[in-house]
Design a protein around this ligand. Structure first.
Ligand code: J2J
Length: 536
């Protein structure tokens, strides 16, 4: 396996192979096989492009050859930050075939995150769109290139200016040596509990297995049509079952450029997708809009909702409003996926976050001493399995605390198990704010805040919010004159922090409550906000 990754222990790997979970297949070959049997079928639909499996396959081959011509080699890391456009899929499959390794960045990321991802992975290339949502990614790329010395190429979908145009990287296909299916295929980004985002290595074997079991759980077939609403670089739309799972089933992927009901409802009418996946804050938006829409949404059979807690009262409105089945999904880029299933009772679908996808997923719910708690009691979820990571990339120190000695990943989620084997998410022990579907690492924001000369100490906690679920509240101890929220916003943006990480509110205090061990008592800070919200 690539240096800096933690391989699965040999005995577990042998077990996963013997059970047929890991089949020694490559992501790049998935497309090849579909092109061989379903060549003329539509695989991918964008705003202005429609590609059959055969066309997508050919494009991936030609781009792989073009990238090799640029000097991109197997195992080179390549940061990919593209909006929901068909080029994203072409680029990923070209890189898979080349054996180069995409590192997925979100379109919302800015200089702070991209520089870290590029330098931490020693990326040789960086893929961007020219502009998207009013933001010029070429300006960002100039800034990144000036500080990351490994970066040799910036490749642009659209007007390239001084960089390399994606459209010009087309060459006659060449035979390429295939990578090892047990090796890393690409990197997902962790939801983050530390000051810097961590990279999650996903292998061909583990990701194809995940896509296959989630496609089965969602009963996909060649008639399935997936509407991609969330940013493609997120694990949920990419492979749960999402895009990769739809390709496994031989279905069709339709890409929406934003989650706005205007765009998505029009696409539902025009392209007739059968399923999609969204986060609870988008579900809120859609529930409001669906009352007024004139669009025909009747193609939708399944609506997957996950990434943040879906409250029962909101869950209950989904099926009547959309006339389709609701599926709750509790997942993580690190691996483990839980979903509700078709044969669950209506009550179950509304109240639990589902059961694990694989019979080989091992789950433990433990107390603070890592002792298992009885069914029905809340504890931290630990997990290990055929599609769950064994270590973050180049992070030995963090890995020592993020995993148990016997290889279980500490999710930082507080859950309880029901008698029928479902998981209910009850809270979190990790220091993350889930704002809409976005994960905001509190220590990361705190470190940036404390770089401000007017701030001596910062503590960032979640405050309840009806639509987003949670918002970010920063408690500050001022150094002299406290900065205003507007000043802080400007300061953080100038440091290149992604917008979704900005504090929604600040509150200046004289001191922080401390725990018995002298650490800032975040539970006490968060409880103040919950009490305030309750008294409104
Ligand atoms: C409460 N919290 C949830 C849920 C995730 C599918 C779906 C989601 C993600 C994802 C994903 C939750 N209720 N239903 O990768 O493939 C919180 C937990 C979890 C963290 C992971 C997928 N579903 N969460 O959200 O890596 O705290 O993945 O540990 O972004 O989101 O975040 P992320």
């Amino acid at each position: 396996m690539l240096d800096g990754c933690v391989p699965c222990p040999a005995e577990d790997a042998a077990r996963y192979r013997a059970a047929g979970y890991w089949r020694g297949e490559l992501l790049g070959d998935l497309l090849r096989r579909r092109a061989a049997t379903l060549g003329g079928k539509e695989a991918l639909i964008g705003e202005t492009t429609r590609l059959t499996y055969a066309e997508l396959d050919r494009r991936a081959d030609r781009l792989a050859a073009g990238l090799r011509g640029l000097g991109i080699a197997p195992r080179d890391r390549v940061v990919v930050q593209l909006p929901n456009i068909p080029e994203f899929v072409v680029v990923c499959f070209a890189l898979f075939r080349l054996g180069a390794l995409p590192v997925f960045a979100l379109p919302a990321h800015r200089g702070n995150e991209i520089k870290h991802l590029c330098s931490h992975s020693d990326a040789v290339a960086y893929f961007i769109a020219d502009t998207h949502n009013g933001f010029d990614y070429r300006a960002l790329a100039r800034d990144v290139r000036a500080s990351v010395h490994s970066l040799r190429h910036v490749i642009v979908a659209g007007a390239a200016e001084e960089f390399t145009a994606l459209s010009g990287l087309d060459a006659d296909p060449v035979t390429l040596p295939g990578p090892d299916p047990a090796d890393v295929a690409f990197f997902l980004l962790s939801g983050g509990t530390t000051a810097l985002p961590k990279l999650i290595p996903r292998t061909h074997d583990d990701y194809l297995y995940q896509a296959r079991v989630s496609a089965q759980a969602c009963e996909l077939d060649t008639g399935s049509r997936y509407l991609t609403v969330l940013p493609v670089e997120f694990n949920f739309p990419w492979g749960c079952p999402g895009i990769i799972g739809t390709f496994v089933a031989g279905g069709t992927v339709i890409m929406a450029s934003s989650p706005s009901p205007d765009e998505c409802f029009a696409l539902l009418e025009r392209e007739r997708p059968t399923f999609t996946s969204i986060v609870p804050s988008i579900a809120h938006l859609w529930l409001e809009a669906v009352e007024w829409t004139a669009h025909d949404l009747s193609s939708l059979e399944l609506l997957q909702i996950g990434s943040a807690k879906l409250h029962t009262s909101v869950a209950a409105r989904i099926e009547p409003a959309f006339g389709c089945r609701l599926q709750q999904v509790f997942g993580m880029a690190e691996g483990l996926l839980c979903m509700t299933r078709r044969d669950d009772s209506p009550e179950t679908v509304l109240t639990v976050q589902g059961s694990p996808l694989s019979p080989a997923d091992e789950l433990r719910v433990v107390d603070s001493a890592d002792r298992e708690v009885p069914t029905g009691e809340v504890g931290e979820l630990l997990t290990k399995g055929p599609y769950t990571l064994r270590g973050y990339y180049r992070a030995p120190e963090h890995n020592a605390i993020a995993f148990t000695e016997d290889g279980f990943y500490r999710t930082g989620d507080l859950v309880r198990r029901t008698e029928d084997g479902n998981i209910v998410v009850e809270g979190r022990s990790k220091d993350v704010i889930i704002r809409g579907g976005d994960k905001v690492s509190a220590p990361e924001v705190e470190a940036h805040l404390m770089a401000h000369p007017g701030i001596r100490q910062a503590s960032v906690v979640a405050t309840p919010d009806e639509v987003l679920g949670e918002r970010t509240h920063a408690y500050l101890i001022a150094a002299n004159t406290a900065p205003t929220l507007a000043e802080i916003t400007r300061f953080l943006l100038a440091r290149g922090l992604a917008e979704f990480k900005l504090p929604d509110r600040i509150e200046v205090v004289d001191s922080f409550p401390l725990t018995g061990l002298g650490k800032i008592d975040k539970k006490a800070l968060a409880a103040r906000l919950t009490a305030k919200a309750g008294s409104h």
